[in-house]
Ligand binder design. Structure first.
Ligand SMILES: NC(=O)c1ccc[n+]([C@@H]2O[C@H](COP(=O)([O-])OP(=O)(O)OC[C@H]3O[C@@H](n4cnc5c(N)ncnc54)[C@H](OP(=O)(O)O)[C@@H]3O)[C@@H](O)[C@H]2O)c1
Length: 272
């Protein structure tokens, strides 16, 4: 199938920005979403300089009707990449006999952005693609959402993020099993740390930290191969899956002694 018309959320930064640039070429129309006008415009400028047509949309993925309007208004999409997301960890205990915690607002914003935001992208895209004719290879479109290795484990340092990413992965992989009959391929990306602004201020070593442009190429290769779940680095994801098989008390004893994701070691997300 052709990949002439592509919508990307989170295109103003990090992975979404890198995917946009990697995909930008003459004959391609890119619909780029984000909230930061300056950074999104800069992504579009760079895509246009590579020969693509690029249209920006300032849009919060948590706004369901605005997302619906944006997706439907494109008139047709070959590929959708749902990259928008936020992260955040636990805060230090407020008193010596208290526990690390995530503020309620952070938990809710994490689910609103990382779960609802993905649904607000994927569901209208599915509806739109179902109206599109099949290409010669039988496909109508592809949709990919970014999960995380964090979704493979119940990580005490990032409870809401882990839960949200698990939901994204399960939804994409399971729905993909149905939608392939209709010629729409769904993929979930289960990746480790990428060197983007999201993790730039983490105060702990990040095992397997990967260059974001390498990650983009790895994701696009997975999509070309019709992989339902695109996994990298394998050793990190395999190790995490093993940890998740252990009795919870053993896994927790290990996690709580790791510097990664210790309470107060991640920047607080913007909850405005
Ligand atoms: N970096 C990693 O180590 C890593 C690892 C695994 C998975 N991931 C996932 O990869 C995806 C991309 O992350 P990244 O590393 O590229 O982070 P990033 O550099 O912080 O970029 C996040 C993007 O999401 C957008 N975004 C956040 N909230 C939004 C909202 N409510 N509405 C619309 N756009 C919103 C941001 O747009 P504005 O800035 O314009 O608001 C930005 O473009 C995320 O889903 C993340 O969870 C990242």
């Amino acid at each position: 199938m052709k990949h002439d018309s592509i919508l990307i959320t989170g295109a103003s930064s990090g992975l979404g920005h890198s995917l946009a640039l990697t995909l930008a070429r003459p004959g391609r129309r890119l619909f780029l979403g984000g909230r930061n006008a300056e950074r999104l415009t800069e992504t579009a400028r760079q895509c246009i300089s590579r020969g693509a047509a690029a249209e920006i949309r300032l849009c919060d993925v948590t706004h369901r009707s605005a997302m619906e309007e944006w997706v439907q208004g494109t008139g047709g999409l070959d590929m959708v990449l749902a990259c928008a997301g936020i992260t955040g960890g636990t805060r230090r205990p407020p008193a010596p006999d208290m526990a690390p915690y995530e503020p309620d607002a952070q938990v809710r914003q994490m689910f609103a952005t990382n779960v609802e935001g993905v649904l607000n992208t994927v569901l209208p895209a599915l509806r739109l693609m179902l109206t599109q004719p099949r290409a010669q290879d039988g496909l109508r479109g592809r949709i990919c959402a970014i999960s995380s290795v964090a979704g493979v484990v119940s990580y005490p340092g990032t409870p809401a993020y882990s839960a949200a990413k698990a939901a994204v992965d399960r939804f994409m992989v399971a729905t993909g099993g149905n939608m392939k009959q209709a010629g729409i391929l769904l993929s979930s990306v289960v990746c480790g740390f990428l060197n983007t602004p999201m993790v730039a201020r983490n105060r702990f070593p990040m095992p397997g930290l990967m260059d974001v442009d390498n990650a983009s190429r790895r994701i696009l290769r997975g999509l070309r191969r019709n992989e339902r779940r695109i996994v990298f680095p394998h050793w990190l994801v395999a190790g995490s899956r093993f940890m998740d098989l252990l009795p919870i008390r053993l896994a927790e004893a290990y996690y709580t002694n790791q510097p990664t994701g210790a309470a107060g070691s991640m920047p607080e997300p913007d909850l405005s």
